[in-house]
Design a protein around this ligand. Structure first.
Ligand code: PMV
Length: 322
């Protein structure tokens, strides 16, 4: 049997970092997808990634037979294998291939999309019928290996798709919204960064100045609620303004840099409704909201100073198994 699954990239519209401390955040799935193909009938576990050009071979028990140097890349997928095996009596091996169009380490949730698609595909091969909640939960365990203590927003949006308001302690609600008059642009700075490291950096600063940071977190939470209302009402000028305020808060907690500021101001000067860091910051990407009419001008301006620019549609579908 051969199973193919895919899951979408995400963009955090407002609330990253603050979401780690249980403030609400808004994320939407976008039409760049991670694809995972799994085929059974093998004696061992063969994992490969077209994006990294690397592979690893393990026995069913988990002993590494080949490609030990790539263990770090495949560790989250092995964690998924171990968890799923405990839930079934499947004893076989399989061949798994990752092929993702989501740029890694760019703030678009590539690791979560790969994890979600992997859980969906491997569980099918093992004869399990998981619901979406279970898929997201197991992908979260893999995300912990990549990011330390993630909020869970990435695996949630990659699983369910659409636009969601997410809160760590409460889960998520879906936002019904009409984005047909606006565009989302994601521009990648090309500067690599590590989500876990950025989250720790923010945590250290927050621990040092708790009384300064608490109001900032409270403000970010209020901002996310206002932004959700603006999305529901189709008030995209207001959403853009709130994204700009959110960027100011992200700068305040120390995750911006000269390059990201240059990109944000370039987008705003070219006519964007709003522009901000998306994801962990310190590198990675910015997200820009524009009207349809201004999107070409804004994306052209960003192309001159970014490594890659994506003009994106919202992905209504989360994880899909073929
Ligand atoms: O940059 P990404 O795609 O890894 O997103 C990180 C989002 C954070 O809020 C910074 C961390 C988290 O776990 O939510």
């Amino acid at each position: 049997m051969k199973v193919e699954a895919s899951a979408p990239a995400k963009v955090i519209l407002v609330g990253e970092h603050f979401v780690v401390e249980n403030e609400p955040a808004i994320a939407c799935a976008v039409e760049l997808r991670a694809h995972v193909t799994v085929e059974d009938g093998y004696d061992d576990i063969l994992l490969s990634s077209q994006n990294f050009g690397s592979s690893i071979k393990l026995s069913i028990k988990g002993d590494i037979l080949d490609g030990r140097e790539n263990l770090k890349i495949f560790e989250p997928l092995l964690r998924i294998d171990r968890i799923l095996r405990r839930m079934t009596d499947f004893k076989g091996g399989y061949k798994l291939e990752v092929n993702s169009s989501i740029p890694p380490a760019s703030g678009m949730g590539s690791s979560a999309a790969v994890a979600v698609a992997t859980v969906a595909a491997v569980s099918k091969i093992m004869g399990l019928e998981l619901d979406l909640e279970e898929i997201s939960k197991i992908a979260y365990e893999a995300e912990k290996i990549v990011h330390g203590s993630p909020s869970g927003i990435d695996n949630t949006i990659a699983t369910y798709g659409g636009i969601i308001v997410f809160r760590k302690s409460e889960g998520f609600i879906r936002l019904e919204a009409d984005f047909s008059k606006v565009m989302l642009i994601v521009a990648d700075s090309g500067l690599p960064r590590n989500t876990g490291k950025m989250v720790r950096k923010v945590k250290n600063l927050k621990n040092k100045y708790p009384r300064v940071f608490e109001p900032l977190y409270h403000t970010a939470g209020r901002l996310a609620i206002e932004a959700a209302q603006a999305i529901r009402d189709g008030r995209f000028h207001d959403l853009g303004e709130l994204m700009n305020v959110n960027h100011g808060l992200l700068s305040a907690i120390g995750v911006s840099n000269r390059k990201l500021e240059e990109m944000v101001y370039t987008a705003r000067e070219a006519g964007a409704l709003g522009a901000k860091i998306t994801g962990a910051g310190g590198g990675g990407s910015i997200v820009v909201l524009t009207t349809k009419e201004d999107s070409l001008r804004v994306s052209k301006a960003l192309k001159k100073i970014s490594r890659r620019v994506y003009v994106l549609n919202i992905a209504e579908k989360g994880v899909v198994v073929l």
